[in-house]
Unconditional design. Structure first.
Length: 266
């Protein structure tokens, strides 16, 4: 089971993929509040969470998540306090020192990761822009780039976000995909390729078709979105996906499944 690894559309180096301890603690209390646990005492919160059901915690975290940013995110645990901690070291340090499992790995992403987020509704579009700007707020050299200044200009014109031409939507998509997904994924691939003694395989999925999941959700933009590739791997029976092996999605599904299974087997 653990002889190799496949990572798709995400990395611990993504801006949304990791939290510092202070933010992790703050989010824990927010989850508690969403569950009706009104306390500022960490020990009491922990006791209540231990006794809560997984469903209750998951629903609270989902309620607090935005379309582009998950709420429950890993953090470095204090090994002097935590019992059997899972993460005790910075991911970048692990990559640089080679302190990770050296196994063959496939890393993949799709060509327009944030496509679904920009078209779900106006709030999703605003949250996508805000999340992208928040990810670069501590990097002064990025704040001066044309791309970030463009997002700031769009964001400051709330009424202008509603009826944007496709050219602007694709500009938002390309910038947000690069910052929120592609940059972290590409850095991970580079770190692994430099320090891994096992093979590292890297792919970009740009397959699009008339019945892609984002188009079935009413987002009529071309490209391959985050989660579109679920239907490239598994048959999704309630989403009008063909089982014909010679159909466009049938051929694509065969390619992806064959790539993954051959990788797992050999």
């Amino acid at each position: 089971l653990f002889r190799s690894a496949i990572a798709v559309s995400g990395s611990p180096l993504n801006a949304w993929g990791f939290l510092d301890m202070s933010e992790a603690i703050a989010r824990s209390f927010s989850i508690g509040n969403a569950m009706g646990i009104e306390t500022t005492n960490a020990s009491l919160l922990l006791e209540k969470l231990y006794n809560a059901s997984a469903d209750h915690i998951t629903l609270a975290a989902t309620f607090l998540s935005t379309p582009s940013v998950p709420f429950l995110t890993p953090t470095i645990e204090n090994s002097e306090i935590a019992v059997n901690p899972i993460i005790t070291e910075c991911t970048v340090k692990k990559f640089r020192t080679g302190h990770f499992n050296h196994v063959p790995i496939i890393i993949g992403f799709v060509n327009v990761e944030t496509l679904s987020f920009v078209g779900l509704d106006i709030m999703s579009r605003i949250e996508l822009i805000d999340g992208t700007l928040a990810a670069v707020q501590n990097f002064s050299e990025l704040l001066e780039t044309q791309e970030i200044q463009y997002l700031q200009k769009i964001r400051n014109k709330t009424e202008g976000i509603i009826n944007l031409p496709n050219s602007d939507l694709y500009q938002i998509l390309n910038i947000s995909s690069d910052i929120l997904f592609n940059y972290g994924i590409d850095r991970t691939e580079r770190f692994l390729a430099a320090g891994n003694t096992a093979p590292v395989y890297y792919y970009r999925n740009s397959f699009d078709y008339s019945q892609s999941l984002h188009k079935l959700w009413g987002i009529n933009l071309n490209g391959t979105s985050h989660a579109d590739d679920i239907a490239h791997i598994f048959w999704v029976p309630n989403k009008n996906q063909s089982l014909d092996p010679l159909s466009d999605i049938g051929i694509q599904r065969g390619k992806i499944v064959r790539m993954w299974t051959n990788f797992a087997k050999y």
